[in-house]
Ligand binder design. Structure first.
Ligand code: SF4
Length: 323
């Protein structure tokens, strides 16, 4: 592999737990994946699957205590960010990796103008003067489709979609190589969702940014992603390019997700959900964590943890059926 083909992000055997008074929350359990330069990967799963903890881990933002990285490496451009000191971590956040948080209503500071919130990022990370940082903030506002004359307005003067555009402008202000977008469109209505997704797609293409897009919406993934990873109970159970996972679906959980989507051609009046609930992360079942809900369960599934198996080039599945 030459330098050009090396992944920008390489997560290896990452395990993150939260040690609480009510037990150990096993949020992320031995996940591994690579992300190439300029590539977009969708990280899909139900609430509580470990998606946000994975993203916080990649930003080196796991609160300790109660969070603890139990095992693994997060290599960005070949450097393990978990070994960074405070100074290196500060340089890494914003300049190399940036995060768009889920809810724009709470991500913005209500008592600062949007211009100040965008400007302070480049003042802090790129050492621009106050005047220069405001010029940059005006450029960023225009880039996300907001007239720069609104630079001195406050978050409450913007609609939900506009606020999310401001959050995107903040995340991209230092032109990061890696963007982690945590359900960036979940709080928005459907038409605004489409606009914000199109905007993000254009911007990451323009700047060659790599992105991990966290979502529970398989439709959103097809709009913008090159690859997809399906998470369940803190594990990535299936990953591959869109064609592999959508057309040659293998893992019973992924099949269940696709099977539960409503289709316009279906004449049934009821949806087809996956039976049961996601297990309590403080008390995960032995063996394969999906076994209590799996329609294809075999006796050994209750005792043996499936390995991550490559079943075709770049298509990995964690299921004993494919070992
Ligand atoms: Fe189902 Fe067994 Fe595969 Fe788990 S390992 S998904 S329980 S068949």
């Amino acid at each position: 592999m030459n330098d050009k083909d090396k992944p920008l992000l390489s997560v290896r055997n990452l395990t993150i737990h939260y040690i609480t008074d009510n037990g150990v929350v096993k949020a992320v359990n031995d996940i591994s994946f690579d992300l190439a330069k300029g590539e977009t990967m969708g990280l899909v799963g139900e609430t509580g699957a470990g998606k946000t903890t994975t993203a916080l881990g990649i930003m080196n933002l796991i609160p300790n205590p109660p969070g603890k990285i139990i095992n693994g490496e997060i290599l960005v451009d070949g450097k393990n960010i978990l070994e960074f000191n405070k100074y290196q971590t500060r340089k890494y956040r914003g300049n190399v990796a940036s995060m768009i948080f889920q809810d724009p209503m709470t991500a913005l500071n209500p008592i600062l103008t949007v211009g100040e919130q965008i400007a302070e990022v480049s003042r802090y990370h790129n050492k621009l003067s106050k005047a220069e940082s405001y010029v940059k903030a005006a450029e960023m506002l225009e880039l996300v489709g907001i007239p720069s004359e609104r630079i001195n307005e406050y978050p409450h003067q913007f609609s939900g979609g506009m606020k999310q555009r401001v959050v995107i402008a903040i995340a991209l202000a230092c032109n990061p190589q890696l963007l982690l977008a945590d359900e960036p469109t979940t709080a928005l209505d459907v038409t605004i969702q489409a606009q914000v997704l199109a905007l993000m797609g254009d911007l990451i293409k323009k700047y060659g940014t790599s992105m991990v897009l966290i979502t529970h919406d398989l439709g959103v993934v097809t709009e913008i992603c090159d690859r997809v990873a399906i998470m369940y109970a803190g594990q990535i159970v299936e990953t591959g390019d869109l064609e592999a996972v959508y057309e040659h679906t293998k893992h019973p959980y992924t099949k269940g997700l696709f099977g539960s989507l409503p289709r316009i051609s279906d004449k049934t009046s009821r949806l087809n959900p996956i039976d049961g609930l996601m297990p309590d992360p403080t008390n995960l079942p032995n063996g394969c964590p999906f076994h209590p809900r799996c329609p294809d369960k075999m006796p050994e599934c209750e005792s043996r943890v499936p390995a991550n198996t490559e079943i075709e080039p770049g298509h990995f599945v964690r299921c004993l059926l494919y070992e």
